[in-house]
Design a protein around this ligand. Structure first.
Ligand code: EAX
Length: 323
């Protein structure tokens, strides 16, 4: 080896050692407030990553859509301009079409069913579908069951939904289903929703109690109906190249940290679901908590037939009947 080559390789080796010892900072974002089920998810994740990597990785947390809405954040993670995001599956089908099936209304009986599917073989196989799209999907977490709110009238039956102008997520399955209810759908990114409700651009929106409370929608919406019309998963997404660069041990650390984040997130959703109705009533919302769900399911009959054609009845039944 020539002296010049030796110098170069020594310099490279020194640089390598230095970079291994150095601290790497990554970014993760959510569209809701820090004091929310999503805030708990990323705060726990950040703490666990730092702990499990001996402080070599630090995760900076961004709340309230300050780095952009969910679609923009997912795009940034795909491009690698941002390493991580925690998002609902709302805009995910625009990137990973296979994920669409999870957003079918009345697919899951309850949270236990949804969590079992996501943590079981169906959910884990779905996480793998993100690989070829530039993502490493670290773990499922959740938003929870979504309910309808609006400023116009109490919603007791599906007929009451007809003609309401509602903000929806940028999700084709939701849009098709809500049209099936006779809703006038307006897809919109989450950071714009509060103002749209306040200014009357839309009459209503739908989200889990966790989101309704943390976004303070009670300040701009009078009526809440516990429709529980769809389960809303969330997901920890990481840029694939950033994940691939990690050592095997650090990969495990990130995956475990995401699992801890999901655990904390689900516990907070349970707590919010337990306290939400009383909390929102106390803040002045009028809540319909005794509606006949079968009527809402029946109203989506034709849309569901469409979904069965599109996704395959067997695939939907596999999720519906998962035990
Ligand atoms: O992820 O867009 C939505 O309504 C989502 O539920 C919200 O951003 C939380």
């Amino acid at each position: 080896m020539k002296l010049s080559q030796l110098v170069v390789s020594l310099a490279l080796a020194a640089g390598f050692v230095a970079s291994v010892a150095a601290q790497t900072t990554m970014k993760i974002s959510i569209s809701t407030a820090q004091n929310s089920h999503q805030g708990v998810a990323i705060d726990t994740f950040a703490k666990e990553v730092e702990k499990r990597t001996g402080g070599r990785y630090k995760v900076q947390t961004f709340y309230n859509g300050s780095l952009g809405g969910e679609r923009e954040s997912i795009e940034a993670v795909q491009l690698g301009t941002q390493e991580l995001t925690f998002s609902s599956t709302g805009p995910v089908p625009n990137f990973v079409p296979d994920a669409k099936i999870l957003d079918i209304p009345f697919l899951f009986r309850d949270k236990a069913h949804a969590r079992a599917v996501l943590d079981g073989p169906i959910g884990q196989e779905m996480l793998g579908k993100f690989d070829s799209k530039g993502f490493k999907a670290l773990a499922w977490a959740e938003n929870g069951f979504r309910h309808m709110t609006n400023s116009k009238r109490a919603v007791n039956s599906p007929d009451d939904l007809k003609g309401l102008k509602m903000r929806t997520m940028e999700n084709p399955v939701h849009v098709a289903a809500y049209k099936g209810f006779g809703i006038i759908t307006t897809p919109m990114a989450f950071p714009e929703v509060f103002t749209a409700l306040q200014q009357g651009t839309v009459d209503g929106q739908e989200n889990p109690l966790s989101v309704i409370m943390s976004a303070k929608f009670d300040q701009v919406q009078k009526h809440l109906s516990l429709t529980g019309h769809v389960y809303s998963p969330c997901i920890f997404l990481m840029n694939k190249a950033s994940f691939d660069k990690l050592s095997a041990a650090d990969k495990t650390a990130f995956l475990e940290a995401a699992k801890e984040g999901a655990k904390a997130n689900r516990a907070r959703v349970d707590a919010d679901d337990a306290s939400g109705v009383a909390d929102l009533r106390a803040k002045g919302m009028s809540v319909v908590d005794n509606l006949d769900k079968a009527k809402f399911v029946a109203a989506l009959g034709p849309v569901n037939a469409e979904f069965e054609k599109q996704f395959g009845k067997a695939n939907i039944d596999k999720i519906r009947n998962f035990k």
